[in-house]
Write a protein that binds this ligand. Structure first.
Ligand SMILES: Nc1ncnc2c1ncn2[C@@H]1O[C@H](COP(=O)(O)OP(=O)(O)OP(=O)(O)O)[C@@H](O)[C@H]1O
Ligand SMILES: [Mg+2]
Length: 188
C-alpha cells in the first residue's frame, strides 16, 4: 500500500477537500494529538467535527498499536449517548495518506479554555456550579458504562451559547483494557 507521511488532510481530488464522504471546512482548533476541522457529512447532510490524528514520529510497532487502540477506544466511546458528551460517529483512516480520523458531533460554542481566557480565568459561581454538576453527571453516566475519559481539561469541554457544556469524547478509554496505558504520543 502506498504510504505518505502527512499530518494533515490532503485528499483534494476535487475543488473541495474530502475525507471519505466528508467535506472539510474550517479548522476549529488543534491540540497535542491532531487537528479538528468543521466538516459536512455529504450523505447525511449535517455538520460534523473531524479530528485528524497525527502519527508522525512513532516507531512502526508503536504506530500500529496506536492505530489499533484508536479504533478500539473510538468503539468504546461510540457506545456513549448522552446530551453532555460529544457523540462519536465514525473512525477510519484517510485512504490516500492513511491519516487516522475520528468523525464526531459538531459542538457549537467555545471551549471552556477559551471561555476562561476571556473571563480572566474565572466564571460566576452559579455558572461554575451548574457546569460542574452537568459535567459530573455526564462522567457518572460514562463511568457506569465502564468508560473513563482520562483527559478532562478545559480544552476538552465545549460550552454552548446556552451555557450547557459538552465533553469532547475523542480520547476516552475502556476501563477493562486501556486505563493503565494512556493513549498518547509521548514516550512514557
Ligand atoms: N466536537 C467538536 N466540535 C466543535 N469543536 C471542537 C470539537 N472537538 C474539538 N473542537 C475544538 O477544537 C479544539 C482542539 O481540539 P483538540 O482535541 O485537538 O485539542 P486538545 O483537546 O487541546 O488536545 P487533545 O485532546 O489532543 O489533548 C478544541 O479546543 C475545540 O475548540
Ligand atoms: Mg481534545
Amino acid at each position: 500500500m502506498r504510504r505518505r507521511e502527512c499530518d494533515s488532510v490532503t485528499m483534494a481530488t476535487r475543488e473541495v477537500t474530502l475525507v471519505g464522504r466528508y467535506e472539510i471546512g474550517s479548522e476549529l482548533g488543534r491540540g497535542d494529538t491532531g487537528v479538528v476541522y468543521r466538516a459536512r457529512d455529504q450523505r447525511i447532510d449535517r455538520t460534523v467535527a473531524i479530528k485528524t490524528v497525527s502519527v508522525l514520529g512513532l516507531e512502526p510497532d508503536a504506530e500500529q498499536e496506536y492505530r489499533q487502540r484508536l479504533v478500539v477506544e473510538a468503539r468504546a466511546a461510540g457506545r456513549l449517548s448522552h446530551p453532555r458528551i460529544v457523540t462519536i460517529f465514525y473512525v477510519a483512516e484517510e485512504p490516500y495518506n492513511l491519516t487516522p480520523y475520528i468523525v464526531m458531533e459538531y459542538a457549537s460554542g467555545r471551549s471552556l479554555e477559551e471561555v476562561l481566557c476571556t473571563e480572566n480565568g474565572t466564571l460566576p459561581l452559579d455558572t461554575a456550579l451548574q457546569v460542574t454538576q452537568e459535567l459530573a453527571e455526564a462522567l457518572d453516566y460514562a463511568h457506569a458504562q465502564g468508560i473513563v475519559h482520562r483527559d478532562i481539561k478545559p480544552s476538552n469541554i465545549i460550552v454552548a451559547d446556552d451555557g450547557h457544556p459538552k465533553i469532547d469524547n475523542d480520547r476516552p478509554c475502556h476501563e477493562a483494557f486501556f486505563c493503565t496505558v494512556p493513549l498518547s504520543f509521548s514516550t512514557q
